[in-house]
Each structure stands twice: as structure tokens, then as C-alpha cells.
Ligand binder design. Sequence first.
Ligand code: CTP
Length: 407
Amino acid sequence: MTLAGKHILLIISGGIAAYKSIHLIRLIQKAGGTVQAILTEGATHFVSPLTIATLCGRPALTDLFDLTRETEIGHIELSRSADLIVVAPATAHILARMANGLADDLATTCLLATTTPILAAPAMNVRMWEAASTRRNIELLREDGVAFVGPDAGDMACGEFGPGRLAEPEEIFAAIADHFARSRAPRPLEGRTAVVTSGPTREPIDPVRYISNASSGRQGTAIAEALAALGARVKFITGPAEYARPAGCEIVPVETALEMKAAVDAALPAEIAIFTAAVADWRITAPSDVKVKKDAAATPPTLEFTPNPDILASVAQLPAGQRPSLVIGFAAETGNLETQAREKLARKGCDWLLANDVSPGTGIFGGSDTHIVFLDAAGSEDWGPLSKTAVAARLAERIAVRLSSEA
Ligand code: CTP
């Protein structure tokens, strides 16, 4: 893998693993890349700026208030001229500062001022890695688009065992190479627009109770991310789900089926529409404005239901000109998979249907793996057992092929 012409800004923060950055610099250079290093004050206690500077062939920067350097380069320029910023090792402290937008030294000022992609390789004690605050910070940083490599699990310098050990330099190098490989990858859906529904809906009974289902939003999230990775502009309309933040997508949170339908209508026109949401088929006809009290009635309350609109069918049956070029549905069945799915494809009027058996015991509903049977007017294909991420990648590729053949 070559990194020829690639310039990496390497931020070394203060942990015992800082010495591994020396090997990482060597690997980047061997692949043809150049490295500018910044050491936090803590890092200088673990690794010498002189060693790093000698290796990199340029000064290792340490202090925001080095005014000569500031006038010569400037932290804004420093952070933006890099093709990738790598924070390795990334301590719990620097991750917390990044997650909260602090800029109290040169490293964090560069990280805040940049528009360059950031890859972080965390390294810390296992308890620190598992601390609620670190979990929150990692989650926030992921949402902000920061990529992570590691940490690995193993014996730690502090004598404990578990996740928190800095990924090996070879692994960090592979993540850097992978980043550039992906950014060079073709983006066949560039400029295309897509709408994806995902997750469950919630139908209120009263202000504190609702009817819903166990959809995790995993498949919808994976599909939205796969489309975005190929360049599509994705509007992601999600019910309250565990997985509801696909990277690189516009996220529209909704609760009820009626809200989901309104959000889909507002998101059209789009060229691609994919319906992965597990929409409640019925809503409570007259939800109570106040909490239903158990003592108010002698008998348990009876709920009266009204059918919800079929969002997929309403879009699939739009007149030509308003209808997306490709309308794709999912079918969750618990028996007679192909017969039921074939009937659903025809009834709803979608172009493609991805059917899966969600019977108890399959672990598909809410799980990370699935087993798809793909149907279109021409026939059906059994995709076999796959992860939901693999299904998403395969579907996105197929969409790209189909749309390019139409263009
Ligand atoms: N769907 C939708 N709006 C609804 C119900 C379903 O958009 N009100 C979409 C789902 O997102 C999915 C497809 O329709 O893409 C099939 O959903 P599924 O729950 O399998 O089927 P249902 O339409 O609910 O039919 P049935 O209950 O008979 O299985």
C-alpha cells in the first residue's frame, strides 16, 4: 500500500504507549507518506520531541504559544494542510477534550480548527476505557465523524487486563491505508438522492404509554451508510431506534407512522426510496390526552385501532414523474417466506423486495446478521446468511449498477 504524496498530522498524547508512535512514523514513511508531529505536554514525558523531530525530518511541535512558530505556520494552516490527522495514542483526556470542543493547547486547537478527517487510536487503562464518560465521549466523536482504530485487549502496562491497549502500529497503519483506499474508491451514487426509513414507530395510547416493536434500526442504518459511502445524499427517517445515526446522512427523527409518512412525503422527490422501517400497521384511534388511570374504570380499557397508511405502497404507487426510479421494500415474515414476499411485492408495487424470516430463534429481528431472499419481477435470489452491513453494501452496489444502466 502506498501513501505517496500523503501528509499525515500525527498528534501524540501522553500515555505510556506514546513510544509506539515511533514505529508508526517509520511505517508511514516507508509507504511514501510524510509526517508532521505534535506532542501534547503529557506526551513529552514519554517520548522526546527531539527523537520525533529527527525521525520526521521536521520540528516536533509542542506549544500553542510558540509565537515564532505561530507566525511561521499557524495552527489553522497546520491542521488543514494534512490529508489525515491521526491521534495516536489518544488518551481518555484528549478524547474528552475533542468531544467537548476544548482548545487549550496546540494539539486540541488543531483538532478543533480542522476540516480534515480524523482517525483516533485510543489507549488507556481498561477502567478508564469502560467509564461512562469515556463511552459518551467516544459516541459523540463517532457522531462527529471521527474514525477509530482499536483499542486492543490484552495485558496493560498498569498490570490490568482488558480493552484499552493501543492498537499495534501495523494495525493503525492499515487503518490509515484503508482510509485513503476508501477515499480513492469510486462513488457511483455521487449526486443521487435517497430516502431511507428505519427503526420502529411508536403509537401512543396516552402521554406515557405506546405500542411499538423491537426493530433495532441496524439494517436501515447500515443501508443509509452504504449509500452515503457511494456518494448518495441520504435522508434518513428514523423512529426511536437503538441504531439511528448513520454517518454522513441527514437524520429526520420521527415517532409515529403518520409522522414518518409526512417526513417521507417532505423528503421527496428522490431517486431511490428504501423502506426498512418496521411501521406499526395500526394506531390507537383516539389516544388519551391524559394518563389513563387504572382506578377510573372497573374493567381494563379496550383499545380501538385505525389502520396506518402504508408508506411504502403510497410511494411505490405515485404517478410516473413523482415516483422514485427505484422503490425498495423489506418483508418480515414468519413462514412461507417466498410466497408471502412475492405477494407483498405485487401488492405494494415496489421494484425490489428483500425478504427475511424473522421467526423467533432466527435472531434476525434486532440481531447483527440476517438471511435475505431478494425478489424482483424477474425472479428471486437467496443471498444466504450475511451480516446486515454486508447486505447493505451488496444492495448499494446493486442500486448503483441499476441506476447507471438507466442513465
Ligand atoms: N411498510 C410501510 N408502511 C406501513 C407498513 C409497512 O412503509 N404502514 C413497509 C415496510 O417498511 C417494509 C414493507 O412495507 O418495507 C413490508 O413491511 P411488513 O411489515 O413486512 O409488511 P406489512 O405491510 O406490515 O404486511 P403484513 O403485516 O401483512 O406482513
